[in-house]
Design a protein around this ligand. Sequence first.
Ligand code: CA
Length: 240
Amino acid sequence: MSKEQILVIEDEKDILSMVRLRLESRGFHVFTAESGELALQWLAEHNPDLILLDLMLPGMNGLEVLKHIRTDQNLAKIPILIVSALGEESDVVVGLERGADDYLSKPFNMSILMARVNALLRRSKPEIENKPTPPQKKSSEDSDDSILFGLLRIDLKRYHVFVNDKQVALTSTEYRLLLTLIASKGRVLTRNQLIEEAIGNDAIVTDRTIDVHLTSLRGKLGSARNLIETVRGVGYRFRL
Ligand code: CA
């Protein structure tokens, strides 16, 4: 069905062939590179729809590859999914802050990989190609001002948040964090990105502070708390 091109940059042959097989079975055109140098050579003449990037590579490492891609005008907008071993979270954080879109840790489940790939491809499509996806409109009188995610409803005009139709009282920081996560739904945001976007750089905020706000926010969301996912050692993601 799909003819999107995916470049997989990965030096572990087993993983590479497994990923290739799965992606090809879903109709993607898959190209592979076993080093960053080979990937950049290929990218000089091709423009794939998505890149899967391993961080630990022989020679040029994944973060350097990412930097080259993001500073190249022709490639800057291609969604990048970092695939990396556990224990490399600090590199993953750097990667996300340098413009990678999402992160998956090894060993990973193939269906989760497919979900991430599809989410990134959906996000990168121009608006007109998108089906009317959430935020869904609510068919009440204030429909235009409300967004709905399962049990969670947000009245954007009045800054009210409801779970199961019961209003929950959020602090303004919690509210801004929630909207920031929703605006990037499906992507991992690092703590620094949340600080920059939801709180502002002038404030003195530590990673720990963000965790405290997020814990409080999730607590208040109650049965809708799982909409916000903790990505261990890396940051947070609002589920698609
Ligand atoms: Ca590797």
